[in-house]
Ligand binder design. Structure first.
Ligand code: NDP
Ligand code: 2IT
Length: 448
């Protein structure tokens, strides 16, 4: 707790007391409160109005049983969650995660982060997150469909285009959003396109939403590098994960002249000195849903390292795009020794607090997730705009909007950090800029 200003310690202690055992949630709150000391000193009315305490308590938390039948006729029971965290800026907005590790504390950490991320985008969206401890790995399409239908049969009553608008996250992509939307439509008898984002292009989805988080992360990294007087062209890059965010980060890096040497999944990582072959990776991961080892089996010169640590592959740029706490202090120390210059978080909270400190002490350009990966949710908000006006925009137009939004986020973080005499501190800039927009809006709405 040493990093938290004394004026905020009480609020943080209350978070610990009221949410026992939820270590990921504690970590996310500590990270944000750790930045807010100078902001509170300059604007003490936030303290008097108890804005921090209000933001630490979700507006609503929903936990429900999800019963479904597997392909062998066996009944399975999972737990579903939706944490409707803050609707100060708009309807609750944030993804659904299907992964066996999901607990209430996981969803709360993600929902808390989402409030400030969504505020940074400048779009009219509040913060929320949901998911289930359901493990989609190895499940057939029909099992996925039955699970999604059961999940939505409970969740639908809490959703609505003006109320709560989920999207994808780990384990939830276009296939799952399709089944979820189909069930919502069937139960409500409404074609309410704006109730979910990440839909298929043919039925209300937005161009560039699939690409948006990965592209946005690279646009953000590119902004940091440009402001430091350099470019991504010719640099070596390591990207962890090989899911939605990782694949499109790799695509954009490659387009901008970088060379991606390695990517991973939870079984290990592959190294390809020629640069990752994106078509092969997409085929393996998006079409065949296979393990990353298959990449090394099918690509000349590539190697697979089982388990291991992808961060041992030296590169100038690292984009952690898999999951929380995947990059620790030891890894960060090795990366700094290996010559890393830029780290941008495509995933949510992938770097441990110790790792972030190592990067900051070494004056590495470090882009925190709530700024760097905000392109996904920002493009979800663009999808909502298109749905509200029953319009559909071109890929080029939507991608240009995304790029402009990422420049805007970079600029807000940069200005805020300079305003507080902490140039280059994107962690402070993102937390403070996100917080101030939510806090001022909350105060304008009264005691809510
Ligand atoms: P996907 O499910 O598409 O891909 C996740 C990738 O990370 C897979 O390669 C997966 O490997 C790996 N992974 C997941 N959990 C673990 C773990 N515990 N240990 C090691 N590897 C793991 O998810 P996304 O790409 O959508 O999400 C990745 C990250 O980006 C998450 O932190 C998510 O919250 C964040 N994010 C996503 C956004 C989006 O629009 N999708 C927007 C903003 C942030 P395996 O297949 O072996 O499990
Ligand atoms: O973490 C995230 O920002 C997401 N999973 C995307 C949320 C969204 O509503 O598009």
């Amino acid at each position: 707790m040493t990093s938290i200003d004394p004026a905020l310690q009480h609020a943080y202690k209350e978070v610990l007391r009221r949410n026992p055992g939820e270590s990921e949630f504690h970590q996310a709150v500590e990270e944000v409160l750790g930045s807010l000391g100078p902001v509170i000193q300059r604007h003490p009315h936030y303290l008097a109005e108890r804005v921090i305490e209000r933001l630490c308590e979700p507006e609503r938390q929903i936990i429900f049983r999800v019963p479904w039948t597997d392909d062998h006729g066996q009944v399975q029971i999972n737990r579903g969650f939706r944490v409707e965290y803050s609707s100060v800026l708009g309807p609750y907005k944030g993804g659904l995660r299907f992964h066996p590790s999901v607990l209430l504390g996981t969803v709360k950490f993600l929902g808390f982060e989402q409030i400030f991320k969504n505020a940074l985008t400048g779009m009219p969206i509040g913060g929320g997150k949901g998911g289930s401890d359901f493990d989609p790995k190895g499940r057939s399409d029909t099992e996925i469909m039955r699970f999604c239908q059961s999940f939505m049969t409970e969740l639908y009553r809490h959703l609505g285009e003006y109320t709560d608008v989920p999207a994808g996250d780990i384990g939830v992509g276009g296939r799952e959003i399709g089944y979820l939307f189909g069930q919502y439509k069937r139960i409500t008898n409404r074609y309410e396109a704006g109730v979910l984002t990440g839909k298929g292009i043919a039925w209300g989805g937005s161009q560039a939403r699939t690409e948006a988080t990965g592209y946005g992360t690279v646009y953000f990294a590119d902004q940091m590098v440009q402001h430091a007087g350099s470019s991504l062209d010719g640099l070596d890059v390591v990207v962890s994960g090989s899911g939605n965010v990782a694949i499109y980060a790799i695509e954009k890096v490659t387009e901008l002249g970088g060379r991606v040497l390695a990517c991973s999944d939870s079984s290990g990582y592959v190294v390809d000195e020629k640069g990752i072959d994106l078509e092969l990776l997409k085929d393996i991961k998006e079409e065949r849903r296979e393990r990353i080892k298959v990449y090394a089996d099918e690509r000349d010169g590539a190697t697979f390292v089982e388990g291991g640590r992808i961060w041992d592959v030296s590169a100038q740029i690292a984009l952690p795009c898999a999951t929380q706490n995947e990059l620790d202090e030891d890894a960060a120390t090795a990366m700094v020794k290996g010559g890393v210059k830029v780290v941008a978080e495509g995933a949510n909270m992938p770097c441990t607090p110790g790792a972030v400190k190592v990067f900051q002490d070494a004056e590495i350009l470090f882009g925190p997730g709530k700024a760097a990966n905000a392109g996904g949710v920002a493009t979800s908000a663009l999808e909502m705009q298109q749905n509200a006006s029953r319009d559909s925009w071109s890929f080029e137009y939507t991608d240009a909007r995304l790029e402009e939004i990422m420049r805007g986020i970079h600029e807000s973080c940069r200005k805020m950090s300079e305003d507080y005499d902490r140039p280059g501190d994107y962690v402070f800039g993102a937390n403070a800029a996100g917080f101030v927009r939510v806090a001022d809006s909350m105060l304008a709405l009264g005691v809510i």
